[in-house]
Design a protein around this ligand. Structure first.
Ligand code: GAR
Length: 207
């Protein structure tokens, strides 16, 4: 059984998609042992509680330096002892110490087809604003392993979504979530739980 910690900052619809896939039996070899948020008001914490999942909040704001936060954050995660860490809309930079401690054991959902519209400054609605400003006809989402760069780790799954005339960033964001994110994030966890994802260098191969 793969022990999964999900990290969130906001609404938690991706967390909900994972919970639903576990509860329906679509994901069989994984369980969520904790949800961690940097934001005490994140609705994602309510979603966790509703499903009996331990939920904790740890925020850089409560520490006098980033280094102190990083140490406490790593300690908290080590206490829980996950096999896999899932970043589901988590907007805090993962400390390098944590990335080294969990190599190819941290995955992230990003709301674009990497390498488009990713890297520093591209998160949430900003991604969709940039995609519409560039006039792309295809958008989508990517699940990738987290390395020490921003959105540079091995790509596990991607799904394309069409851009339609009249799309606003909010409409496109919703379509990308429904048609891509909520499908490929649970699927990636299922594949990892089944031992079907192998990483060589910067390439992830799914069998
Ligand atoms: C999702 O769209 C996710 O792809 C994005 O934040 C949103 C969180 O929504 N993540 C990033 O932009 C990371 N760079 P949710 O809280 O409803 O799952």
């Amino acid at each position: 059984m793969l022990n999964v910690v999900v990290m969130v900052s906001g609404g938690g619809t991706n967390l909900q998609a994972i919970i639903d896939n576990i509860e329906s039996g679509q994901i069989r070899n994984a369980r969520i042992t904790a949800v961690i948020s940097n934001n005490a008001n994140a609705y994602a914490l309510e979603r966790a509680k509703k499903h009996g999942i331990p939920a904790v909040c740890i925020s850089p704001k409560d520490f006098s330096s980033r280094q102190e936060f990083n140490e406490a954050f790593l300690e908290k995660v080590e206490e829980i002892g996950p096999d896999l860490i899932v970043l589901a809309g988590f907007l805090v930079v993962i400390p390098p110490e944590m990335i080294r401690r969990y190599p190819n054991q941290i995955i992230n959902i990003h709301p674009s087809l990497i390498p488009s519209f990713c890297g520093t400054g591209y998160y949430g609605l900003k991604v969709h604003e940039a995609a519409l400003a560039r006039g792309v006809k295809v958008a989508g989402a990517t699940v990738h392993f987290v390395d020490e760069g921003t959105d540079t780790g091995p790509i596990i799954l991607q799904k394309a979504v069409e851009v339609r005339n009249g799309d606003t960033p909010e409409i496109l964001q919703r379509r990308v979530m429904e048609e891509a994110e909520w499908q490929i994030l649970p699927r990636a966890i299922e594949l990892i739980a089944e031992g079907r994802v192998k990483v060589t260098g910067n390439i992830a191969e799914v069998s």
